[in-house]
Design a protein around this ligand. Sequence first.
Ligand code: M6P
Ligand code: ZN
Length: 183
Amino acid sequence: MKPLHAQVDWESGVLSQGVKRVRRVSDMIGLYHDEAAEQQAVAEGDPIVYEYTTIELPEEANHVLFGTTTIFPGRVGSEYYMTKGHYHERRDTGEVYVCFSGQGRLVMETEAGQTEVLAMFPGSVAYVPPHWAHRVSNVGDDPLLFFAAFPGHAGHDYGTIAQVGFRLRVEEHGGEVLIVDNT
Ligand code: M6P
Ligand code: ZN
Protein backbone atom coordinates (compact mmCIF):
# COMPACT_ATOMS: atom_id res chain seq x y z
CA MET A 1 0.00 0.00 0.00
CA LYS A 2 0.99 3.64 -0.30
CA PRO A 3 1.87 5.92 2.65
CA LEU A 4 -1.02 7.89 4.04
CA HIS A 5 -1.43 11.23 5.67
CA ALA A 6 -4.14 12.28 8.13
CA GLN A 7 -4.88 15.07 10.57
CA VAL A 8 -6.21 15.28 14.12
CA ASP A 9 -8.89 17.89 14.78
CA TRP A 10 -7.65 19.38 18.06
CA GLU A 11 -11.16 20.40 19.12
CA SER A 12 -12.95 17.08 18.69
CA GLY A 13 -9.99 14.68 18.67
CA VAL A 14 -11.34 13.13 15.45
CA LEU A 15 -8.78 11.80 12.98
CA SER A 16 -9.45 12.66 9.34
CA GLN A 17 -9.97 9.65 7.03
CA GLY A 18 -10.82 7.51 10.03
CA VAL A 19 -13.91 5.53 10.92
CA LYS A 20 -15.56 7.02 14.00
CA ARG A 21 -17.26 4.81 16.59
CA VAL A 22 -19.45 6.05 19.43
CA ARG A 23 -19.87 4.39 22.84
CA ARG A 24 -22.84 5.29 25.02
CA VAL A 25 -23.63 4.13 28.55
CA SER A 26 -25.94 1.47 27.04
CA ASP A 27 -22.95 -0.01 25.20
CA MET A 28 -21.16 -0.50 28.52
CA ILE A 29 -23.83 -2.11 30.71
CA GLY A 30 -22.23 -4.15 33.47
CA LEU A 31 -18.88 -2.38 33.25
CA TYR A 32 -19.69 0.37 35.77
CA HIS A 33 -19.87 -0.60 39.43
CA ASP A 34 -23.17 1.18 40.17
CA GLU A 35 -25.81 -0.70 38.17
CA ALA A 36 -28.68 1.58 39.27
CA ALA A 37 -26.73 4.64 38.10
CA GLU A 38 -26.07 2.89 34.78
CA GLN A 39 -29.79 2.24 34.26
CA GLN A 40 -30.64 5.80 35.27
CA ALA A 41 -28.11 7.28 32.81
CA VAL A 42 -29.57 5.15 29.99
CA ALA A 43 -33.12 6.20 30.91
CA GLU A 44 -32.11 9.87 31.06
CA GLY A 45 -30.86 10.11 27.47
CA ASP A 46 -28.14 7.49 27.25
CA PRO A 47 -25.22 9.95 26.93
CA ILE A 48 -22.18 9.44 24.74
CA VAL A 49 -19.25 8.42 26.96
CA TYR A 50 -16.51 8.30 24.33
CA GLU A 51 -15.80 8.29 20.63
CA TYR A 52 -12.81 6.81 18.86
CA THR A 53 -11.57 7.03 15.33
CA THR A 54 -9.28 4.51 13.69
CA ILE A 55 -7.86 4.47 10.22
CA GLU A 56 -8.65 1.13 8.62
CA LEU A 57 -5.43 -0.74 7.88
CA PRO A 58 -4.61 -4.42 7.42
CA GLU A 59 -4.80 -6.22 10.78
CA GLU A 60 -1.43 -7.84 10.26
CA ALA A 61 1.70 -7.98 12.39
CA ASN A 62 3.78 -5.84 10.08
CA HIS A 63 1.30 -2.95 10.23
CA VAL A 64 0.75 -0.44 13.04
CA LEU A 65 -2.87 0.42 13.81
CA PHE A 66 -3.58 3.81 15.30
CA GLY A 67 -6.40 6.08 16.29
CA THR A 68 -7.65 8.83 18.54
CA THR A 69 -10.10 8.65 21.43
CA THR A 70 -12.18 11.40 23.05
CA ILE A 71 -13.69 10.60 26.45
CA PHE A 72 -16.26 13.17 27.53
CA PRO A 73 -16.35 14.45 31.12
CA GLY A 74 -18.92 12.80 33.36
CA ARG A 75 -19.64 10.03 35.83
CA VAL A 76 -21.89 7.00 36.23
CA GLY A 77 -22.56 7.14 39.97
CA SER A 78 -19.14 7.98 41.46
CA GLU A 79 -17.21 6.33 38.63
CA TYR A 80 -15.68 8.56 35.99
CA TYR A 81 -16.55 8.03 32.32
CA MET A 82 -14.10 5.52 30.89
CA THR A 83 -13.41 3.27 27.92
CA LYS A 84 -14.57 -0.36 27.98
CA GLY A 85 -10.99 -1.49 28.35
CA HIS A 86 -9.52 -4.64 26.90
CA TYR A 87 -6.73 -7.16 26.71
CA HIS A 88 -5.22 -7.75 23.32
CA GLU A 89 -6.27 -11.07 21.81
CA ARG A 90 -2.62 -11.54 21.08
CA ARG A 91 -1.44 -10.97 24.64
CA ASP A 92 2.18 -10.48 23.52
CA THR A 93 1.48 -7.07 21.96
CA GLY A 94 1.87 -3.62 23.54
CA GLU A 95 0.42 -0.17 22.91
CA VAL A 96 1.49 3.48 23.14
CA TYR A 97 -0.76 6.28 24.38
CA VAL A 98 -0.06 9.98 23.82
CA CYS A 99 -2.36 12.42 25.61
CA PHE A 100 -3.26 15.61 23.74
CA SER A 101 -5.58 17.31 26.20
CA GLY A 102 -7.55 16.75 29.40
CA GLN A 103 -6.81 14.82 32.57
CA GLY A 104 -7.08 11.07 32.85
CA ARG A 105 -5.95 7.86 34.44
CA LEU A 106 -4.68 4.86 32.50
CA VAL A 107 -5.57 1.77 34.52
CA MET A 108 -3.76 -1.45 33.72
CA GLU A 109 -3.65 -4.99 35.07
CA THR A 110 -2.30 -8.41 34.23
CA GLU A 111 -4.03 -11.78 34.50
CA ALA A 112 -1.52 -12.60 37.25
CA GLY A 113 -3.01 -9.77 39.34
CA GLN A 114 -0.49 -6.93 38.95
CA THR A 115 -2.06 -3.46 38.73
CA GLU A 116 -0.79 -0.04 37.67
CA VAL A 117 -2.34 3.41 37.28
CA LEU A 118 -0.64 6.20 35.32
CA ALA A 119 -1.75 9.84 35.07
CA MET A 120 -2.63 11.17 31.61
CA PHE A 121 -2.22 14.90 30.95
CA PRO A 122 -1.33 17.00 27.90
CA GLY A 123 1.97 15.67 26.55
CA SER A 124 2.06 12.52 28.69
CA VAL A 125 3.20 9.36 26.92
CA ALA A 126 2.43 5.93 28.36
CA TYR A 127 3.59 2.52 27.26
CA VAL A 128 1.32 -0.45 27.88
CA PRO A 129 3.61 -3.49 27.77
CA PRO A 130 2.45 -6.86 26.38
CA HIS A 131 0.08 -8.82 28.71
CA TRP A 132 -1.47 -5.75 30.38
CA ALA A 133 -5.20 -4.97 30.04
CA HIS A 134 -5.81 -1.24 29.66
CA ARG A 135 -8.66 1.21 30.28
CA VAL A 136 -8.72 5.02 30.39
CA SER A 137 -10.88 7.20 32.69
CA ASN A 138 -11.49 10.93 32.23
CA VAL A 139 -11.03 12.52 35.68
CA GLY A 140 -11.28 16.15 34.51
CA ASP A 141 -13.99 18.64 33.60
CA ASP A 142 -13.08 18.74 29.90
CA PRO A 143 -12.88 16.09 27.17
CA LEU A 144 -9.81 13.83 27.38
CA LEU A 145 -8.14 13.39 23.98
CA PHE A 146 -5.44 10.84 23.29
CA PHE A 147 -3.71 8.99 20.46
CA ALA A 148 -3.01 5.24 20.53
CA ALA A 149 -0.87 2.94 18.36
CA PHE A 150 -0.52 -0.85 18.51
CA PRO A 151 0.52 -3.81 16.32
CA GLY A 152 -1.89 -4.67 13.53
CA HIS A 153 -2.49 -8.25 14.66
CA ALA A 154 -3.15 -7.35 18.35
CA GLY A 155 -6.95 -7.77 18.29
CA HIS A 156 -9.32 -6.66 21.07
CA ASP A 157 -10.45 -9.07 23.80
CA TYR A 158 -13.36 -7.47 25.69
CA GLY A 159 -14.75 -10.77 27.03
CA THR A 160 -12.20 -11.26 29.80
CA ILE A 161 -12.91 -7.78 31.21
CA ALA A 162 -16.69 -8.25 30.86
CA GLN A 163 -16.44 -11.48 32.88
CA VAL A 164 -14.01 -10.59 35.64
CA GLY A 165 -13.99 -6.75 35.59
CA PHE A 166 -10.98 -4.55 36.33
CA ARG A 167 -9.51 -4.85 39.81
CA LEU A 168 -9.36 -1.06 40.19
CA ARG A 169 -12.04 1.60 39.73
CA VAL A 170 -11.45 5.34 39.28
CA GLU A 171 -13.99 7.35 41.28
CA GLU A 172 -14.72 10.84 42.53
CA HIS A 173 -15.18 11.24 46.27
CA GLY A 174 -15.39 14.66 47.90
CA GLY A 175 -13.88 16.31 44.85
CA GLU A 176 -10.86 13.97 44.89
CA VAL A 177 -9.86 11.25 42.43
CA LEU A 178 -9.83 7.96 44.30
CA ILE A 179 -8.60 4.57 43.08
CA VAL A 180 -10.89 1.97 44.62
CA ASP A 181 -10.02 -1.73 44.91
CA ASN A 182 -12.84 -3.87 43.51
CA THR A 183 -11.54 -7.13 44.90
C1 M6P B 1 -7.79 3.51 21.98
C2 M6P B 1 -7.17 2.22 21.53
C3 M6P B 1 -8.14 1.45 20.68
C4 M6P B 1 -9.44 1.28 21.44
C5 M6P B 1 -10.02 2.62 21.85
C6 M6P B 1 -11.28 2.52 22.70
O1 M6P B 1 -7.95 4.32 20.85
O2 M6P B 1 -6.79 1.45 22.64
O3 M6P B 1 -7.59 0.20 20.36
O4 M6P B 1 -10.38 0.57 20.66
O5 M6P B 1 -9.04 3.31 22.62
O6 M6P B 1 -11.09 1.69 23.82
P1 M6P B 1 -11.90 0.32 23.99
O7 M6P B 1 -11.63 -0.51 22.77
O8 M6P B 1 -11.35 -0.28 25.24
O9 M6P B 1 -13.34 0.67 24.09
ZN1 ZN C 1 -5.26 -1.95 23.25
